[in-house]
Design a protein around this ligand. Structure first.
Ligand code: S3P
Length: 425
């Protein structure tokens, strides 16, 4: 795919449903009693992997144009799949499903694509094993494939070394099946969609500071879920509208949960004009229409507790920082190295190829903004967020940006090109 500099972006966009919330709506719907109806579900490859795993365990899931219907089996109604569960490229599927499988009464093996088989799973193997789970990395390298034999689980009090909603959620989901209270304390607060949604399904879950606490559940009850737009997808169009002179874009119904809204805070801190036009809230998940106007940006420092609230947006924030006046420093973001690709390296190498002044550090990068960027061939490493980030960077650069491995955008945003074209008129 090829991109080059753009005329002003104008118009209004409904970004697709939130990926994290879409995954959870299918998983919790599958474990509930009754039929869960989900609207604005993200039909990206990652969430389709979750659907396919639960179908393999006997859950009836129907897709229509507008909604997904999940006919729940109850907490103890899943059946042993007759093949290896394929989680595709999805870390959320792999880690959350492991927490659920730990408490079943059958054995299963799960795996995923080349990238998933390199991502660290010790972070879930360790706490789930402490709960009594039998979970093993088949190749002994602490990565997938994982073999999980359902067992009797105990509640634990666990402190995670990194802030990770996937790890926290795996432990909380196992906690549904445990014989006592389970507590997970994080170094900083990660996204809380699991806690909010499990509570709406009737689970006894609460939060104290950076600790999430769950008590075992007898039953979960089906819900009607309206998934808000994904702020991680909206971030590409926020950046594009901020960077391309003369742009004005209204992004509708974007989820702005405070554990996810770091990108808004950082862009505003950099001088970005982003106005919250109207706000709603459903099942504790706030959403807003955001009016974004092209702005002159300046550099900033990003580190500490804000990092988990914008971890997936750091690639596009780093790209935007190349067009800002002054220096931007990103620190405390070593987690970027273990995402779908090593995103610190992917950003530093590709931005440098476009002429940017970027230094890779152990836990982030230093970007000296203001150098004009030019065309290049981008190595997306088959990472959806890297591919879309460089499509955005191209819109404000001179020359042609070519992204040969483009299809990976289907992981989280199959309609990205259509949506971009709609704003280009
Ligand atoms: C996610 C949590 C984050 C995020 C990922 C989705 C989730 O991962 O990067 O895209 O849905 O829980 P970590 O838990 O590894 O931080």
């Amino acid at each position: 795919m090829k991109f080059s500099s753009s005329s002003p972006l104008r118009g209004c966009l409904n970004v697709p449903g939130d990926k994290s919330i879409s995954h959870r709506s299918v998983m919790f719907g599958a474990l509930a009693k009754g039929t869960t109806e989900i609207s604005n579900f993200l039909k990206g490859a990652d969430c389709l992997s979750t659907i396919s795993c639960f179908r393999s365990m006997g859950v009836d899931i129907q897709e229509t144009d507008q909604t997904i219907l999940v006919r729940g089996k109850g907490l103890h109604g899943l059946r042993r799949p007759d093949h290896v569960l394929d989680c595709g490229n999805s870390g959320t599927t792999t880690r959350l499903i492991s927490g659920i499988l730990a408490g079943q009464d059958f054995d299963v093996t799960l795996t995923g694509d080349e990238s998933i088989q390199k991502r660290p799973m010790k972070r879930i193997i360790e706490p789930l094993s402490l709960m009594g789970a039998h979970i093993l990395s088949v190749r002994g390298n602490d990565c997938a494939p994982l073999s999980i034999s359902g067992s009797h689980l105990h509640g634990i009090s666990y402190s995670t070394p990194v802030a990770s909603a996937q790890v926290k959620s795996a432990i909380l989901l196992a906690g549904l099946y445990a014989d006592g209270e389970t507590r997970v304390t994080e170094p900083a607060r990660s996204r809380n969609h699991t806690e909010l949604m499990l509570a709406s399904f009737g689970a006894d879950v609460k939060t104290e500071g950076t600790t999430a606490i769950i008590r075992p559940a007898k039953e979960l009850f089906s819900q009607s879920i309206q998934v808000p737009g994904d702020i991680s997808s909206a971030a590409f169009f926020m950046a594009a509208a901020l960077l391309v002179p003369g742009s004005e874009v209204l992004l509708k119904n974007v989820g702005i949960n405070p554990t996810r809204d770091g990108v808004l805070r950082v862009f505003r801190q950099m001088g970005g004009e982003i106005e919250t036009v109207s706000q709603t809230s459903r099942a504790g998940e706030p959403a807003a229409d955001l009016l974004v106007r092209s702005s002159r940006l300046h550099g900033t420092e990003i580190g500490g507790d804000i990092i988990p609230t914008l971890i997936d947006e750091l690639p596009v924030i780093a790209a935007a920082a190349c067009f800002a006046d002054g220096v931007t420093v990103i620190r405390d973001a070593a987690e970027l190295k273990v995402k779908e690709s090593n995103r610190i390296q992917a950003m530093a190498e590709n931005l440098t190829a476009m002429g940017a002044d970027v230094t890779e550090t152990e836990d982030g990068m230093i970007i000296r903004g203001g150098k004009p960027l030019h065309g290049a061939v981008i190595d997306s490493r088959n990472d959806h967020r890297i591919a879309m980030t460089f499509a955005v960077a191209a819109l404000a650069s001179q020359g042609e940006v070519s992204i040969p491995q483009w299809d990976c955008v289907n992981i989280s945003y199959p309609a990205f090109l259509d949506d971009l074209r709609s704003l280009m008129g």
